[in-house]
Design a protein around this ligand. Sequence first.
Ligand code: GRF
Length: 202
Amino acid sequence: QRVVVFISGGGSNMMSLLNATTDPSYPAEIVAVFSDKADAGGLAKAADRGIATFAFLRKDYDSKEAHEAAILAELERQAPDIICLAGYMRLLSGAFIGRYEGRILNIHPSLLPLFPGLHTHQRALDAGMRIAGCTVHYVTEGMDEGPIIAQAAVPVLPGDTADSLAARVLTVEHSTYPLALKLVAEGRVKMEDGRAVIEDPV
Ligand code: GRF
């Protein structure tokens, strides 16, 4: 299965996916990395590994539609089976999502449906949570609300700050995303009438 990864920053999740695909039995390959930031650290990391990289800067286009049209045109050329958003900090339009319905994944640093949106770790601490974690879900038009594919939880420890909790969650993000992508690439989970259905329990 051909995968295009979208990033906006350091790309640690993109790297964990890339590392997973080095296993010849892994059912997906990353064919390109797209970013909306020319200076995204993940672009250099991907290029160093010989992966094609593309930056689409919003300021280079006079509308969101034109920006997305440029991205969609390159996606046509890359012909991905699956798109993985990994630290991509821009909302995709319904039209864009509709083109890849059920084939766009995202990783969010909270146990959805708790704490959609930003500053998830501080909000978990403020709420007195005793666990936190990450969610890989299908992307739908609403932000951070698509059917859940995989989740992982970590403890919230005494003295935790947003940064220490973020670091602990990030470690499980790096194992959860490759697992979730594997399930989708193998067709063992599918999006069916708005839910992620596990076809063949692991
Ligand atoms: C991670 O917390 C991820 O959950 C969120 O963006 C953060 C940075 O991701 N989507 P990365 O290091 O750029 O992969």
